[in-house]
Design a protein around this ligand. Structure first.
Ligand SMILES: [Zn+2]
Ligand SMILES: [Zn+2]
Length: 248
């Protein structure tokens, strides 16, 4: 019997409805100077979240490494990085929106629908609602495309174990957004107290969970990772239920 492929209704930037397949393989690719350990941390995070939502057998992981099929358009991760490069007050950075939007036209996407996990070691940035640049961001996610993660800001941590745990936390957090964990909820920052948090973050969690916001880098991500390792539970029950409901 043929299994039905679950689809969800999504909206593009112009508000137009489209159907989105949500059980797709995950393609992992990294820029050239991402280390083996950084890459393994991402792989471990991807496997963990898929296991938590019960799809570790169903969703395949395809590791493309430093993807490079040529020097033309859409043929290598380097091409995407060069296209999405911007000059800001903080130097040369990669604009997350441009990068993920460009990837929509990837030939890999035409061949096989998938989620991409791009691991880069260049600094990543994003625009605020008022159009000004953030100093930097460490990751971003588009529910129909996947995620981009920058490991750069964790390299300042002297403890390599900590770096890797933070990267693992980050990939679970960003993929959590892809699977709509905490979507529509008001969350707190990992460094703020649950009982007296005055600032709330949309689409984030207020429980002891990797879906809390991590505003201060790397401190908040160290805290998220410590909590995750202490409890042995990356996600709270609420977030797991939301993800399972979404990918069901
Ligand atoms: Zn987030
Ligand atoms: Zn949660």
């Amino acid at each position: 019997m043929k299994k039905e492929v679950p689809v969800r209704i999504a909206y593009n930037a112009r508000g137009k409805q489209f159907y989105m397949q949500i059980r797709k393989p995950v393609f992992i690719m990294n820029s050239a100077s991402v280390t083996k350990n950084e890459h393994s941390a991402v792989m471990s995070g991807v496997k963990t979240i898929l296991k938590i939502i019960g799809l570790e057998k169903e969703i395949q992981i395809n590791d493309l490494g430093c993807w490079n099929q040529g020097s033309g358009e859409h043929e290598s991760i380097d091409w995407y990085l060069a296209e999405a490069q911007v000059k800001t007050a903080n130097g040369c950075q990669i604009y997350d929106d441009d990068l993920l939007k460009l990837y929509r036209k990837s030939p890999l996407t035409k061949n096989l629908l998938h989620f991409v996990v791009m691991i880069i070691d260049k600094d990543l940035t994003s625009k605020r609602d008022d159009g000004a640049w953030y100093n930097f961001v460490i990751g971003d996610s588009f529910p129909d495309i996947g995620v981009v993660l920058s490991v750069k800001r964790f390299r300042g941590l002297s403890d390599s174990q900590k770096q890797e745990e933070c990267i693992k936390t980050l990939v679970m957090h960003e993929l959590g957004h892809v699977f709509l964990a905490a979507s529509g909820r008001n969350g707190i920052d990992a460094l703020s107290d649950q009982s007296n948090s005055s600032v709330l973050y949309k689409d984030h969690c207020d429980q002891e969970c990797v879906m809390r916001q991590g505003g201060r880098v790397p401190d908040a991500w160290e805290k998220l990772s410590e909590d995750r390792l202490k409890s042995g539970k990356p996600f709270c029950k609420k977030c797991i239920d939301e993800m399972k409901r979404y990918i069901k």
